[in-house]
Design a protein around this ligand. Structure first.
Ligand SMILES: NC(=O)C1=CN([C@@H]2O[C@H](COP(=O)(O)OP(=O)(O)OC[C@H]3O[C@@H](n4cnc5c(N)ncnc54)[C@H](OP(=O)(O)O)[C@@H]3O)[C@@H](O)[C@H]2O)C=CC1
Ligand SMILES: CC(=O)C(=O)O
Ligand SMILES: [Mg+2]
Length: 581
């Protein structure tokens, strides 16, 4: 018995605080009981990030909730706090310091964090999301302070449901899950991939309006093959090589069914940054039993298709009039290719086979052609057309003569001067998308695309680039990133009570996004609307997705709201401080 003052004779410790539960006096060997109050008032209220509002507590609130004296006497509105925080964040020298400051803020004051994110989305997105989140994942063990999200490792096999029940929130609507094997274009970061689900879910709230308490970031830790991490004393994950085969499948399966048991049939599970040897299989296995989608395959496809549809207004022609060449034939590349082909079949009298013939992909071994069929992974086979082998991208560009060039290889600086000059030599307005993240892995920079194409490229990239000035003309590069799609897509699925994701919903999301591109945007060479309008954009995407879901009979929230955009907007989380009684 360690907390009994009678037995020890010491009723107080540490400046007179009554140590009722004995934590302070317990020696390191003694066992203590973790304990916390359940009603948030006083110091507990101030330290609860969901309810804390710092100096914005009114005098009455300070009285009623026992915080008088726990705060300095001044009052500060949320707007003034926001101004102060932005000032502090802008003082930091490096993006990683800003990232850490923002994560600390989220831990301290959730509403203020989201107010900042929403009001300064263009400035803060590159911090909380790509590219900075990539660096944060690489250094996650070193910068680790408090855990965010739920870790399910091989050690939890057989207990996954219990682990999910440990999460403090019970009403979960969206899970983003990774196993950390393909984090952006940075490869296997093991357990440190947690930064990605955390970042994606912050965007679900800030960009898509899903309540923070309804979001659950999860990392499944099956080990890592990253030697550097395995030898890093600060690594936070299991120190073993990745489990594969049955052992991997069993843990994933246990997780998928435990998630449904814990949160219901309609919990949305977004697969994120799995390596392609698992990603396609997981999607195929669970798409008919769970509400799932793979962001890298499907979300990316939807955002890229949207940008391409918008770009047709600049280049002319229909999708089927274009020739597409991808560098990278993995999740992103083949996912985009499939959706483009599907859209072509919907637009015209063209078969899927005919549509696919307009699309070519290059992988690490060269152009995907028929003669390679035997050795190709299943997701590449539909793209193996009759053609001579081409070793590198440049040869493929010369031979295929694409009108649209898309980078999805995860390898930086692969769109060389020669590649861009060649593609620009036979296109008045070449469409060039350098999708790979983070910035270091981008196939080219915005400046390179505009300079080497002599200002003619219609360019967008996965990670943001600043505007570029060439010979007095300013070019504004767009960001082609699935962050435009998944928050609105998820919102649409959640508010309509959708039970399964259908490809037509991805097309609906894509179309809704393309509709937000105005004439003025196009005149500036932009094929995506600015992120600053993202909440409105997300509401439109959500409405498009929900409408499609009702049409397909997959929505369970009845009756169908008449005005789905207004309904989506009304469902969105607002970070404005609430009054407490
Ligand atoms: N902008 C956005 O919204 C998104 C961007 N991405 C980015 O796209 C990139 C790829 O992701 P993902 O498709 O999931 O990855 P995958 O690993 O599934 O695919 C990568 C592909 O690139 C090929 N590749 C690798 N190196 C080379 C090379 N030197 N030359 C030619 N091809 C090469 C691989 O070839 P092989 O098959 O032969 O190994 C593979 O086909 C990442 O950087 C990721 O961050 C992903 C999703 C969304
Ligand atoms: C954006 C994204 O999902 C990726 O790069 O993996
Ligand atoms: Mg991803």
């Amino acid at each position: 018995m360690n907390g009994d003052s009678k037995s020890t004779g010491a009723a107080t410790l540490a400046g007179g605080v009554h140590d009722v539960y004995g934590e302070d006096r317990a020696s390191e060997e003694q066992i203590v009981t973790p304990w916390s109050r359940t009603v948030a008032s006083g110091n507990v209220l101030l330290r609860d990030p969901r309810y804390n509002k710092g100096l914005a507590f009114t005098d009455d609130e300070r009285d009623y909730h026992y915080v008088r004296g726990l705060l300095p006497p001044a009052h500060m509105s949320q707007e003034l706090q926001e101004k102060r925080l932005m000032h502090i964040i802008r003082q930091y020298n490096t993006p990683l310091q800003k990232y850490m400051a923002l994560m600390d803020l989220e831990e301290r004051n959730e509403r203020l964090f989201y107010k900042l994110m929403i009001d300064h989305v263009e400035e803060l997105l590159p911090i909380v999301y790509t590219p900075t989140v990539g660096e944060a994942c690489q250094k996650y063990g070193t910068i680790f302070r408090r855990p965010q999200g739920l870790y399910i490792s091989l050690k939890e096999k057989g207990k996954v449901y219990d682990v999910l029940r440990n999460w403090p929130e019970k009403n979960i609507k969206v899970i983003v899950v990774t196993d950390g094997e393909r984090i952006l274009g940075l490869g296997d970061l093991g357990c440190q991939g947690m930064g990605i689900p955390v970042g994606k879910l912050a965007l679900y709230t800030a960009l898509g309006g899903i309540r923070p308490s309804e979001c659950l970031p999860i990392t499944i830790d099956v080990g890592t093959n990253n030697e550097k991490l395995l030898n890093d004393e600060f690594y936070i994950g299991l120190r073993q090589k990745r489990a594969t085969g049955q052992e991997y499948d069993d843990l994933l399966n246990e997780f998928m069914y435990a998630a449904k048991k814990a949160y219901g049939e309609k919990v949305l599970i977004q697969f994120e940054d799995f390596a392609n040897h698992n990603a396609f299989n997981l999607l195929a296995k669970y798409r008919s039993t769970h509400l799932v989608f793979n962001d890298d395959i499907q979300g990316t496809a939807s955002v890229v298709l949207s940008g391409l549809v918008a770009s047709l207004k600049l280049t002319g022609g229909t999708l089927a009039d274009h020739t597409f060449l991808f560098l990278g034939a993995g999740e992103a590349g083949t996912g985009i290719a499939e959706l483009i082909a599907l859209e072509m079949t919907k637009q015209g009298k063209i078969s899927l086979n005919e549509a696919r013939k307009r699309i070519w992909l290059v992988d690490s071994k060269g152009l995907i052609v028929k003669s390679r069929m035997e050795s190709l992974q299943h997701f590449k086979k539909p793209w193996a057309h009759e053609h001579e082998p081409c070793k590198g991208l440049l040869d493929a560009v010369k031979s295929i003569r694409p009108t649209i060039l898309i980078g999805s290889s995860g390898v930086g600086r692969t769109f060389t001067k020669e590649v861009i000059e060649t593609v620009s030599s036979f296109n008045e307005k070449p469409v060039i998308l350098a999708l790979s993240n983070p910035t270091s892995q981008s196939e080219c920079t915005a400046e390179e695309a505009y300079t080497w194409s002599k200002g003619r490229a219609i360019f967008a990239s996965g990670s943001p680039f600043d505007p570029v000035s060439i010979n007095g003309k300013t070019f504004i590069p767009g960001q082609s990133n699935n962050a435009y799609i998944f928050p609105g897509l998820g919102l649409g699925l959640v508010i309509s009570g959708t039970i399964r994701v259908h490809e037509d919903m991805l097309l609906a999301a894509s179309e809704a996004l393309a509709q937000q591109v105005s004439k003025e945007h196009l005149e500036q060479g932009l094929i995506y609307p600015p992120f600053r309008n993202i909440r409105k954009i997300s509401a439109h995407i959500a409405a498009g997705v929900a409408a499609k879901s009702y049409e397909l009979g997959l929505a369970t929230r009845l009756p169908r709201p008449a005005d789905l955009v207004a309904f989506a907007e009304s469902c969105m989380y607002s970070p404005v401080y609430r009054n407490y009684k």
